[in-house]
Design a protein around this ligand. Structure first.
Ligand SMILES: [Zn+2]
Length: 184
């Protein structure tokens, strides 16, 4: 996890700073938005079941946060070359213009099924881009420390795992990466 470069000035800079300052995310007491059903669907290797489970999760989460439900495309192998207008991750992306989330269940090269942890953290990550646009009013949705902290809160809540404090290491020009050595 690496943060985006800090924009020099203007609205992008303001949005970046706002995103970085929002370190937490409200979550319900009990409701995990049906996340465990995604794990079952992923291990069943049925794309239809996985699509339904992801769609249910996103609908429940969107309802809680009072945002429109994002569309989701669950795809098999990630193509080697992808063109997108939004942000890009290894296992998914979010289109900032159309609010469509895409997630891949297999890696492009080895065609191995993505682990549930990786798959679900990608889905939470993309949903947090959606929250930036529709809840926090941060249309550029940059990858800041705050963004990753919010994603981690959502991820751990929905998996029912204890939240972890992220340890950041600066590496120049205002950017940070996770210090995995100190996280362990
Ligand atoms: Zn992203």
């Amino acid at each position: 996890m690496v943060t985006d470069p800090v924009p020099v000035k203007g609205n992008r800079r303001k949005e970046y700073e706002r995103s970085d300052g929002l370190k937490s995310l409200a979550v319900p007491n009990e409701d995990r938005f049906h996340a465990p059903e995604i794990e079952a669907a992923l291990s069943s290797e049925s794309t239809g079941a996985l699509r339904t489970a992801c769609s249910t999760f996103l609908a429940e989460a969107a309802r809680f946060y009072g945002v429109p439900k994002p569309k989701v495309r669950v795809l098999a192998a990630r193509p080697l070359k992808v063109y997108e207008t939004g942000s890009m991750e290894l296992f998914g992306d979010y289109d900032l213009k159309t609010s469509v989330i895409r997630v891949w269940t297999r890696t492009a090269i080895r065609h191995r099924v993505t682990s549930f942890g990786t798959f679900f953290s990608t889905l939470c990550h993309e949903f947090c881009h959606h929250l930036d646009l529709h809840l926090f009013g941060i249309p550029t949705s940059p990858h800041t420390r705050g963004f990753y902290e919010r994603t981690a809160v959502l991820y751990h809540h929905c998996r029912g795992t204890p939240p972890r404090r992220l340890v950041w290491l600066p590496f120049g020009r205002g950017r940070f990466r996770i210090d995995w050595a100190r996280m362990r």
